[in-house]
Design a protein around this ligand. Structure first.
Ligand code: GLN
Length: 288
C-alpha cells in the first residue's frame, strides 16, 4: 500500500486523539514534519503525492510512528523532539528539566527592560535548562550571570544549552541546594528565580504530560507552594548588593502571598506584572 503525508497525518492524529491528546492534529503534524524534515509549505505542496518507499522513507515512517507512540503515552512533545523555543532561542530539553514556558518570557522581558543598557551581576536560582540565564546573557548582553540548580542532570542540560547558544564560558553553573554552595562573599545585583511553586496537592490534578513526565523537583512548591519563595526571600538578602532586586515567576494566585513575604523581609518597590494571558506572573522587589 502506498502512503501520502496526508494519510500518515490522519493516522497519527487518530492515534493521538484516541489517547486523549488535546491538540492531536497539531502534534501529529509537528512530529510528521520532524520525521520528514519538512515544513508547512512543502507539506501543502506534497501532501497528496504517493511517497516512494525506499529505505530512507521507510525509516522516516518508522521514526514518525515511534514518536506518535511516545506522544500517545502523553510524553510531552518537546521531550520527544528534544527542543523548545524560548525567547526566540532553541533550547535542548529532556525529562530532567522543566520545559520552558511562554509565561517565563514575561520574567525575562521585564528584567531586560529594567536593566537595558546596564550589566547587572545576576544569579538565576533553580536554572533548570538554563533558559532564563542564557537568554539574559544572550539578549541583554549581561556579562556576569550564574545559574544554580540542585540537580546534576539539569545542570548538564544547562551546560549543553550554554555551549550551543553562548559558547564556553558564557555563564557560570553551580550545583547547589539553593544558596548552600554559594560563597558567603558573593554578591549579586539581581536574583531571579522560577522556583517550583505548585502546591503538592494540586500536582495530582495536572495534565499527565506535566504530572507524569516533567521533573517533580522543578514543580513541587511543597504544602502551600510558597516554600522556595520563603527560603529565597530570607536567604537571598545576604547575597544581594545594596539596592539589589529579586524577580520571581509566580503562580497566577500567588502575587499577594509573595508580596507579603517581600514586605516582611524589608523589601520595597514591590511590583506585580501580568503575563500575556493577563494573569499575575511576576513579582519583583528591591532591597533597601
Ligand atoms: N508554570 C509551570 C506550570 O504551570 C510551573 C512552573 C514552576 O513550578 N516553576 O506547569
Amino acid at each position: 500500500m502506498s502512503f501520502t503525508l496526508d494519510s500518515l497525518l490522519i493516522e497519527g492524529t487518530k492515534v493521538l486523539s484516541e489517547a486523549g491528546v488535546e491538540e492531536a492534529s497539531l502534534d501529529a503534524r509537528y512530529l510528521l514534519f520532524e520525521a520528514f524534515h519538512t515544513d508547512l509549505t512543502h507539506f501543502i505542496l506534497d501532501r497528496f503525492n504517493a511517497i516512494s518507499e525506499d529505505e530512507l522513507i521507510l525509516n522516516r515512517i518508522d521514526q514518525y510512528r515511534s514518536m506518535i507512540e511516545k506522544r500517545s503515552q502523553r510524553i510531552p512533545l518537546q521531550q520527544i523532539t528534544g527542543s523548545r523555543e524560548f525567547m526566540g532561542l532553541e533550547f535542548y530539553v529532556n525529562e530532567h528539566v522543566l520545559i520552558p514556558r511562554q509565561d517565563t518570557e514575561t520574567l525575562v522581558e521585564l528584567i531586560l527592560k529594567d536593566f537595558k543598557g546596564s550589566k547587572p551581576v545576576v544569579l538565576d536560582m533553580c536554572t533548570g535548562s538554563g533558559c532564563i540565564a542564557i537568554s539574559l546573557t544572550k539578549l541583554g548582553l549581561f556579562e556576569c550571570v550564574t545559574g544554580v540548580d540542585i540537580s546534576k542532570e539539569a545542570l548538564s542540560v544547562a551546560r549543553r544549552n550554554v555551549e550551543a547558544l553562548l559558547g564556553t564560558g558564557g555563564i557560570t553553573l553551580i550545583e547547589s541546594d539553593l544558596f548552600e554552595a554559594i560563597g558567603p562573599g558573593q554578591k549579586f545585583d539581581v536574583i531571579v528565580s522560577n522556583p517550583p511553586y505548585i502546591p503538592t496537592e494540586i500536582i495530582k490534578g495536572l495534565q499527565p504530560e506535566v504530572r507524569d513526565f516533567e521533573p517533580m523537583l522543578a514543580l513541587d512548591g511543597r504544602e502551600d507552594g510558597l516554600f522556595f519563595y520563603r527560603q529565597l526571600v530570607l536567604d537571598g538578602r545576604r547575597f544581594l548588593n545594596p539596592g539589589g532586586s529579586v524577580y520571581f515567576e509566580i503562580g497566577y494566585d500567588q502575587a499577594e502571598a509573595v508580596s507579603g513575604l517581600f514586605i516582611d523581609a524589608g523589601f520595597a518597590e514591590i511590583r506585580v506584572v501580568k503575563d500575556a494571558a493577563g494573569l499575575d506572573r511576576v513579582v519583583c522587589a528591591v532591597l533597601k
